[in-house]
Ligand binder design. Structure first.
Ligand SMILES: [Ca+2]
Ligand SMILES: [Ca+2]
Ligand SMILES: [Ca+2]
Ligand SMILES: [Ca+2]
Length: 266
């Protein structure tokens, strides 16, 4: 004999999952937990997609202008100096690394946490348009197909030379000769400047500091919450320290493809 079904129970369709149905309160708890999980996933995904949009905007800018913009050094969202097609020295950026010139690109001034986006570009190799349709080589002074970037992206993961051991902290070059890098210092904001110009605290962990120390090397890896005994080194016995930065870079192959397919470069 089947038990009488009440309005307060929901019976699972598959037999054998559980002997009794879930009460509405139990269902509500399950739905609430699922909601929290989904919200937790959508947050970071959203910011990743936003970062990709920014990079796409930058690639599109390169296609229409034949060059990348200089960084913004004073926070008004415009490149420094202003580009002047009659003055080649305007491709010499005021700073090698500054803020993404959001106003020039038609973007929002900051990331999801109200901080400006960092931006570094090789100038003038990527900030002056090609003048002659010729390849002027690595270290050239205009953006053509032989131009190479000077930025390096490092990451952490498995060491491919150790058979049978799966590392997680082995540091390696993920990309080299990169023309330009865009980065957000993430939720913790260490190393960032707010959209209102407030300089936030410096990073404490080594991997995040790599994205705040102003040199040509950046570090991009998965999020880690950090722990008391953490270390950003090769010690596989200790967890990685806190890292929530979002580092994206302009890939030279992608940029070249776009410049060629749009007819910008021969
Ligand atoms: Ca500016
Ligand atoms: Ca050329
Ligand atoms: Ca961070
Ligand atoms: Ca660095």
């Amino acid at each position: 004999m089947n038990e009488p079904r009440t309005a307060w129970t929901v019976r699972p369709a598959a037999a054998g999952l559980t002997q009794r149905g879930l009460t509405l309160i139990e269902m509500a708890v399950v739905l609430m937990i699922l909601g929290l999980i989904v919200a937790g996933l959508i947050g970071p995904l959203d910011t990743q997609l936003e970062a990709r949009d920014r990079r796409e905007t930058l690639n599109g800018y390169a296609v229409t202008r034949g060059r990348l913009p200089c960084p913004d050094s004073d926070g008004d969202g415009l490149p420094n100096p202003a580009f002047d097609p009659a003055d080649v020295t305007s491709a010499q950026c005021a700073v090698a690394e500054g803020f993404l010139p959001w106003a020039e690109l038609g973007l929002k001034p900051g990331d999801a946490w109200g901080n400006r986006i960092g931006y570094r570009v090789r100038a003038p190799a990527y900030t002056w348009p090609d003048s002659d349709g010729l390849c002027n080589g690595n270290g050239g002074t205009e953006l053509d197909l032989c131009t190479r970037g000077n930025l390096t992206i490092r990451s952490r993961g498995d060491n491919p030379t150790t058979n049978g051991t799966q590392e997680g902290k082995f540091i390696h070059d993920a990309a080299t000769e990169i023309p330009a890098v865009l980065f957000s210092h993430g939720r913790n904001g260490f190393g960032a400047t707010s959209v209102d110009g407030v300089v936030r605290a410096d990073p404490v962990a080594a991997d995040e500091d790599e994205n705040a120390n102003g040199d040509t090397v950046f570090l991009s890896r998965n999020y880690s919450p950090g722990a008391g005994d953490c270390s950003d080194d090769a010690d596989e016995g200790a967890p990685l320290c806190e890292y929530d930065d979002i580092v994206l870079w302009v890939a030279p192959t992608v940029l070249n493809d776009k410049l060629v397919s749009s007819g910008r470069l021969p």
